[in-house]
Each structure stands twice: as structure tokens, then as C-alpha cells.
Design a protein around this ligand. Structure first.
Ligand code: F6R
Length: 263
């Protein structure tokens, strides 16, 4: 993993934006896997601004979202489909036919998940998967003890995740208990994975992911098996890391992010 530690969440979003910008620049057909949630939202805002300012063009970009709550239709304000429409898809020039979601109301869940995996393969696989991380080490909705070889499927959310998500719903009983998610195995097939983590509440999960053993109790630790995983975090999220002398510190713009990412 290539870990860079930044002063704050703005530093994380700036670095991640520059990373994405360089990937999209000049690429003819680019396939992105996307998370939703608070961490990635700051990157989405920068991507929307980048599009408005003429720096980014999404006309040849395909997207696959990681996950969706079971039982929520795309027009439900708490669905991830709605979130993506509000914060990215409705604000940039992505072609509708290039946007892919898991459906929370699919009739045949198994068939739907299988079809999603097939669609990813048909476009040549995911070039860049962008991830957040849960407090419990989940990626997508692969909760602790998910098989590290898991594929796209329906999962049961943990109490911790339900509590974390409660703030977005009127009451606890309104938070869905199940979700569809790309599997850990599916995520590991992406050519590159960019993981973002900010805030002290992610520090334990981040330490387990980077420095802990590869174990299903921290599904994100499976990323240790992937050869291309830039991890972009702030100091608060990095506070429990031990081997910090090995990681890049990019505090207060000491280093420019220009030209950092290679071709
Ligand atoms: C959501 C997803 C989740 C989030 C994670 C962090 O699509 O895949 O794994 O990335 O729960 O969420 P935030 O950024 O809201 O803390």
C-alpha cells in the first residue's frame, strides 16, 4: 500500500482529486468503481468543480457503485442511487447508459448480482475503485467476517453500521438491515484501488487494514493482497499507525501533488 498522510480532510480531498484528474486526463474509456458516504463526498465536490471548470470530462467514463440498501428504490432520498444523483451524476457529463447501480428492489437478487458482475467484465473491469472504510473495517458493505473471496451479493448489516447510518434516517427502525454489495473478491479485481480515510473514528480500522494481519474480521485488510492501493488519509485517521516513517507525509502542502502519480 502506498500510504500518504495529510493534515486534514481537505488535504485528502485535494490529493485524491489530483489523482483522479491525472487518471482521467487523456483516457479514452475509463471505468470507475465508486463508494458513497461522507468521506468521498468532499472528493465528489471537487470533481463537480473540476468538471465545471473544464478540467474533467466524464463523457467516456463508466461507473459502478459499490453498494445499495435493500428495499430502497432509486428515488428514495436515503438510497445511494439518490445520493449519487444529487452529488455527482446529476452535475457532470456522465452518460446515463454508462452509470451502473445495484438495485435495492431487484426481484431476483442472485440473478441481479450475477448480472452486475457480468456488466463489469463486459466493460473490461474496473480501472480505479475508490473506497471509504467503515469504523469496523468494512469496504463496500462487506462487514467483518465477510469472505475475502466474496462476490457481489446480499449481506446483513452489523449493528455498528446500522448505528453509523442512523443519522441519515428519521429513526433507527428506518435504517435498512440488508444491502447488496460488491464482494471483497470483486473489489480485489479492480486494477487499482484508492482508499480514503479521515477522522479519528477511522483510526483503528485503518491501522488494522494497513498494519494488521490479513483477516476477515477486517475486510479492508484484504487490500494488502492487491499490488496497487494508494491509501490517502489525514493525521487523525493515521494516529494509530506504527510504521509512520515508511509512509509519505504530505502535511501542509510540504510536497506538491503534481506529477506524483506516474503515467
Ligand atoms: C458506501 C460504502 C461504505 C463507506 C464507508 C465509509 O458506499 O461503500 O463502505 O465507504 O462506510 O463511509 P463514510 O465515508 O460515510 O464514513
Amino acid at each position: 500500500m502506498l500510504v500518504t498522510i495529510h493534515s486534514d480532510e481537505k488535504g485528502v480531498a485535494d490529493y485524491a482529486y489530483e489523482f483522479v484528474r491525472q487518471k482521467l486526463e487523456g483516457s479514452k474509456n475509463f471505468v470507475m468503481g465508486l463508494a458513497s458516504g461522507g468521506t468521498i463526498l468532499r472528493l465528489f465536490r471537487k470533481m463537480v468543480d473540476g468538471f465545471a471548470g473544464g478540467e474533467l470530462d466524464f463523457s467516456n467514463v463508466h461507473t459502478f457503485n459499490l453498494d445499495e440498501y435493500v428495499g430502497l428504490k432509486p428515488d428514495h432520498p436515503q438510497s445511494y442511487a439518490y445520493f449519487m444523483g444529487e452529488h455527482l451524476f446529476g452535475l457532470v457529463n456522465l452518460k446515463e447508459e454508462n452509470i451502473h447501480f445495484l438495485s435495492g428492489v431487484a426481484e431476483s437478487v442472485e440473478g441481479h448480482c450475477h448480472h452486475y458482475e457480468k456488466q463489469i467484465k463486459e466493460v473490461g473491469g474496473i480501472d480505479l475503485q475508490i473506497l471509504g472504510i467503515g469504523r469496523n473495517g468494512h469496504i463496500g458493505f462487506n462487514e467483518p467476517t465477510s469472505s475475502l473471496a466474496s462476490r457481489t451479493r446480499m449481506v446483513t448489516l452489523t449493528q455498528e453500521t446500522i448505528l453509523d447510518n442512523q443519522r441519515f434516517f428519521p429513526g433507527n427502525e428506518d435504517v435498512p438491515r440488508h444491502a447488496l454489495t460488491m464482494g471483497v473478491g470483486t473489489i480485489l479485481e479492480a486494477k487499482e484501488v484508492l482508499l480514503l480515510a479521515t477522522g479519528p473514528e477511522k483510526s483503528q480500522a485503518l491501522a488494522s487494514m494497513i498494519e494488521g494481519p490479513v483477516a476477515a474480521v477486517c475486510p479492508a485488510s484484504a487490500l494488502q493482497m492487491h499490488p496497487r492501493v494508494p491509501v490517502v488519509c489525514d493525521e487523525a485517521a493515521a494516529q494509530r499507525l506504527i510504521y509512520t516513517e515508511h509512509y509519505e507525509k504530505m502535511i501542509d502542502n510540504e510536497k506538491s501533488v503534481e506529477g506524483q502519480f506516474g503515467p
